[in-house]
Design a protein. Structure first.
Length: 343
């Protein structure tokens, strides 16, 4: 019975092993650990504005006295940003130790710089895609007809005796209104709605409005005015984009300034290597690390390497304006020390 149970456990263990070759397999009987490194996770939120210019935009100043944007435009603006440092295992700096009586004291230092197990915090990747834009829609925002009646004078020839005489004939023709005519009518409607609102508030109307009736009437007038105003000043649709990116500082780098992400008016938030966007820079300034005081002696036994983090000022900016600044402990930019495992 024991043999069957042992075989079953071995089969189960074999089934749980990942497929393919396992890299960096540690020798049996040894303990490996990795030095810690700090990863800065940046969570970005931006707002994209899709602006649609009104069809009467060029007449806004003439008939309403307001300045209006004349062309459609897409912009992307940074709205929220958050930086969070996480401690991870630096797999490029792994070491072996032989467990002995000092193993307990060794493991007690793991939270201060020695990582023996995978207990770091990691960010999650996310993908975001823009939805298809429906485009501008100004249909149904006017109440006046697009046609008007004009009086035209036509001439016809009338034969009298031996000659033809021209006789004027008045005839009404239906023609399409010009864009400026429609803009003027819309402006007149806006002023009429504003006048009606003042009359309702002051009580200068034939009907009496009070309580909920007055509120409903004023709300409807404001909605109509907003629709007519959009024909001049246009309207905007807004979308929110979120992105999470990681920056891993590298020691001995010539410059501790990293491109964290970029923002493009056409593509929104893009990766750091996408040259179509404006770069947002993460600047890291480590504080100087002082010399240790006291007397130090060369260890005569096994030692473990550990890291002392550098306290850094981390600043996020677009090169001109600073958006966020914080102090962080970054392990890989600090210094390394030795911890004796036995006396």
């Amino acid at each position: 019975m024991k043999n069957y149970r042992t075989v079953s456990l071995l089969c189960l263990a074999a089934a749980l092993l990942p497929e393919g070759r396992i890299s960096a397999q540690d020798p049996v009987g040894t303990v490996s650990y990795a030095l810690p490194q700090t990863t800065i996770t940046i969570e970005v939120e931006a707002v994209r504005e899709y602006f649609y210019a009104g069809p009467y935009a060029k007449y806004a100043q003439k008939y309403l006295g307001v300045d209006a944007r004349q062309a459609d435009q897409t912009t992307c603006t940074l709205s929220t940003v958050r930086m969070t440092p996480y401690i991870e295992a630096d797999q490029n700096f792994r070491y072996y130790v032989n467990p002995d009586k000092a193993t307990q004291s060794f493991l007690s230092l793991t939270s201060q710089g020695l990582i023996a197990v995978n207990d770091g915090s990691f960010g999650e990747s996310a993908e975001w895609r823009f939805t298809t834009q429906a485009g501008a829609d100004f249909n149904g925002k006017g109440v006046s007809s697009n046609l008007t009646s004009e009086a035209a004078t036509l001439y016809r020839g009338v034969k009298e005796d031996a000659s033809y005489n021209r006789i004027a004939v008045q005839q009404n023709m239906v023609v399409q209104k010009s864009l400026e005519q429609r803009a003027k009518e819309a402006a007149d409607m806006i002023f009429n709605l504003r006048q009606k609102r003042v009359q309702i508030v002051t009580g200068d109307t034939d009907a009496t409005y009070s309580g909920e009736a007055m509120g409903a009437a004023l709300k409807e007038i404001s909605a109509l005015e907003k629709e007519y105003m959009s024909m001049f000043i246009g309207y905007s649709d807004f979308q929110t984009q979120k992105l999470k990116c990681d920056v891993v500082p590298v020691k001995n780098r010539k410059s501790q300034t990293y491109v964290a992400f970029r923002i493009s008016d056409t593509d929104g938030i893009v990766s750091a290597d996408n040259m179509s966007g404006k770069p947002y820079l993460l600047e890291i300034v480590p504080q100087p690390i002082g010399e240790a005081s006291g007397k130090g002696a060369q260890a005569k036994s096994n030692v473990a390497i550990y890291r002392i983090p550098a306290i850094c000022t981390v600043r996020l900016s677009d090169g001109v304006t600073s958006f966020l600044q914080d102090r962080m402990a970054i392990y890989q930019l600090g210094t390394e020390g030795y911890f004796p495992l036995s006396k």
